[in-house]
Design a protein around this ligand. Sequence first.
Ligand code: ADE
Length: 225
Amino acid sequence: MRIDIISVMPELMESAFSHSIMKRAQEKELLYVHTHQLREWAVNEYGQVDDYQYGGGAGMVMMCEPLAKAIESLKSERQYDEIIYMTPDGQTFDQPMANQLSLKNNLMIICGHYKGIDQRIRDHYITKEISIGDFVLSGGELAAAVVVDAIGRIIPGVLNNETSALFDSFQDKLLASPVYTRPADFNGWKVPDILLSGDLKKIDEWRYEQSIERTKQRRPDLLDE
Ligand code: ADE
């Protein structure tokens, strides 16, 4: 999978893509993440990519021309399955959306800043608008990094233990069960006996019950669905 991200602050995301699982995904050539500086398509020598909004009001708007040029330039190289705009008024990102996007070949992500991007770019180029939650970030970069991480780690072959993403919270609409590691007794705080029993069937049952219990307590809305 290839993901191209257009932003005025690509540096904000680059470290998120160069460590741990994202790094491994790229080393294994299962994921290619390319960031692009929007100012390369600026309207003048000062690197201008934004302007005052029509109708007045505080805050700048990202202009059509640099965005259209950047998008057209990438589109001339390959076909994109989705051109995504990160915005708090988009569809809320969740695990099913991450699963769907992880099956695509080429994604383009546009990060907004200031008041956002000119509506005409949204109308004519954007195929999907994603929000990572009901709060406003100062730009789309951190949201894009969240989305790329969630997608990248579930691309088949990325995780060492192929099955481990299957047991993540949300994969089956349940929260994950609690986990423990050595020592079995820390300051008198003991690991549940069942996990030390070696009985894999019982352990699976216990984990499933714990998942249900945790989901009931913390996210009963998931069980209603
Ligand atoms: N840009 C600013 N806030 C955002 C959010 N909550 N989700 C996605 N993009 C954003």
